[in-house]
Design a protein around this ligand. Structure first.
Ligand code: PEP
Ligand code: MG
Length: 572
């Protein structure tokens, strides 16, 4: 019988495919010593043998279904299970350091993965994923839990999972993965943001009901409405196949706007930029004709690994992004770790309110070694394009001043070392804490630009955790209290002759765009997939007209009134 589940429409589109259940928790063992080396070594050897049998079965199945070429990956997994750097090294650790098989494997894998990631050769770097995959399989036998992986998917599926990490999404083969459904998350959780940048349909925050979807069940996900239909009827399948086709036709039509400028009906030029979290996201940015990168969330470079990226690694990444954007503006945000973005190897003490704790720039000012490494990499890359550096989570002027002072110190050091640094770097800050919005007049004098981070600004203004579904009703971007703060920031920047962007999710929402245009927002930065619908809408709106209309919205009392008003006036 058909069963309809409701969630949050996180990344638009329609997918029709079978469910693939995925549990992604990487097992990180406790460090444990053992007394009986031979028993432990034997346990390890057996786990390797069981993994070999399993991989061989998957290899045969893949060969039958998809041909020898697609099955090759599993041969290389077999080779890894013979590799002395992995297998013998783990056995040596068990014998010499008397470590448990789990911990020995974990330590050896971490070392190998790290070494591969440092390689210049992209193919070798990609091997890191295979090593992790194989080692995860062996680990699953050691701890006697079934192993789940995303890298061996060979048919069209929709992933059903609790949540996806950035490293999970890095493994997704988009030829097969049609969409995903998660139990937790909201429109602004990181799995949702990643789905949008990959343009994969996603419904998130379905809750525990997602756990009831059977592996292999037929699914329709309508990620425009936020619904998941389990075991659909023939009529439903027909209806949604047609809907999917109409959706895809519209996308083709929108792509015609990719080469066009972003101009309002009354001739005002704006910047419609895209948010990225990795080099891989650039393909969609270019394909959708974004006017720049308005937010590079650099923390993703630090996540899904077990040690800090080096200055050189970061330099290569930033340089690549600047070069690819070919002179268009690239706003790179310094590390924003903390809150929902954890970094296990940083070993920070647990906080009871991580969103209110030692997060983002607060952490960077305390851990200046990390901050200075990143700033040096950014400064060195600055000659490759049009770089803007942006500091996250600033509440008070002293934080901004300290960050700028450190940046200046690193610039001088580099110049003394004879390393070229661009003279045209703009330095700005995010406005995501109400205190900064209220004090924007003062900040505006000391920065080149603002970028409003509404995901956090809303959570802090409403005192509602952006990850907590029970208070999701308070995530109200159109609430007049939020609109007044946003307007206040834009006007403060205007008075100081500076520009304002917005890189929170609100910037790409069709209901928000008329209001933001009217307030005078200069740059809108959003998921790459939202750029073209936004460009189309802006072409139909008059900035002058909305500058008047927005005054009415700002004095309303509720989000509902504002939404209704905008929808009526802009014919959305
Ligand atoms: C924001 O808070 O709006 C923002 C863009 O930053 P993040 O979502 O990465 O916290
Ligand atoms: Mg933020």
């Amino acid at each position: 019988m058909t069963n309809i589940l409701m969630g949050v429409a996180a990344s638009p589109g329609i997918a029709i495919a079978k469910a693939f259940r995925y549990a992604n928790t990487e097992h990180i063992p406790q460090k444990q010593t053992i007394t009986n080396v031979e028993t432990e070594a034997e346990r390890f050897r057996q786990a390797v043998e069981k993994s070999k049998i399993e991989i061989d079965e998957i290899r045969k199945l893949t060969e039958q279904r998809l041909g020898a070429q697609k099955a090759e990956i599993f041969e290389s997994h077999m080779f890894l299970l013979e590799d002395p750097d992995l297998v013998d090294a783990s056995l040596d650790k068990i014998a010499e350091d008397q470590l448990s098989a789990e911990y020995a494997l974990y330590e050896v894998t971490t070392g190998v993965v790290e070494m591969l990631r440092e390689m210049d050769n992209a193919l070798l770097r990609e091997r890191a994923i295979d090593v992790k995959d194989v080692s995860g399989r062996v680990m699953s036998h050691l701890i006697d839990k079934p192993y789940a992986t995303l890298s061996g998917i060979t048919e069209e599926i929709v992933i059903i999972t609790e949540d996806l990490t950035p490293s999970d999404t890095a493994q997704l083969d988009l030829n097969y993965v049609q969409g995903f459904v998660t139990e937790v998350g909201s429109r602004t959780s990181h799995s949702a943001i990643m789905a949008r940048s990959l343009e994969v349909p996603a419904v998130v925050g379905v809750g525990i009901a997602a756990a009831s979807i059977a592996d292999g069940a037929m699914l329709i996900i309508d990620a425009t409405e936020g619904t998941v239909i389990v075991d659909p009827s023939e009529e439903e399948l027909l209806e949604y196949r047609e809907k999917k086709q109409r959706y895809e036709e519209r996308r083709v039509q929108l792509k015609l706007l990719a080469e066009q400028p972003s101009v309002s009906k009354d001739g005002q030029h704006l910047e419609l930029a895209a948010n990225i979290g990795s080099i891989e996201d650039l393909a969609k940015v270019l394909e959708n004709g974004a006017d720049g990168v308005g937010l590079f969330r650099t923390e993703f470079i630090y996540m899904g690994r077990s040690s800090f990226p080096t200055e050189e690694e970061q330099y290569q990444i930033y340089k690549h992004v600047l070069e690819k954007m070919n002179g268009k503006r690239v706003v790179i945000r310094t590390l924003d770790i903390g809150g929902d973005k954890e970094l296990p190897y940083l070993e920070l003490p647990k906080e009871s309110n991580p969103f209110l704790g030692l997060r983002a720039l607060r952490l960077c000012l305390e851990r200046q070694d990390l901050f200075r490494t990143q700033l040096r990499a950014l400064l060195r890359a600055s000659t490759a394009g049009k770089l803007n550096i942006m500091f996250p989570m600033i509440a008070v002027l002293s934080e901004l001043r300290e960050a700028k002072r450190i940046l200046e110190e690193e610039r001088v050091k580099l110049q003394q070392e004879g390393i070229a640094v661009s003279e045209n770097i703009e330095v700005g800050m995010m406005i995501e804490i109400p205190a900064a919005a209220l004090n924007a007049d003062h900040f505006a004098k000391e920065v080149d630009f603002f970028s409003i981070g509404t995901n956090d600004l809303i959570q802090y203004t409403m005192a509602a955790d952006r990850m907590n579904k029970s208070v999701a009703y308070l995530y109200q971007p159109y609430h007049p209290s939020i609109l007044r703060l946003v307007n206040m920031v834009i006007k403060a920047a205007e008075r100081a002759g500076k520009w304002t962007g917005m890189c929170g999710e609100m910037a790409g929402e069709l209901t928000a765009i008329p209001l933001l245009l009217g307030m005078g927002l200069n740059e809108f930065s959003m998921s790459a997939g939202s750029v073209l619908p936004a460009r189309e809408l802006i072409g139909q709106l008059s900035k002058r007209e909305w500058a008047n209309l927005v005054e009415d919205a700002l004095v309303m009392g509720t989000q509902e009134e504002v939404k209704q008003f905008v929808e009526q006036r802009s014919h959305l």
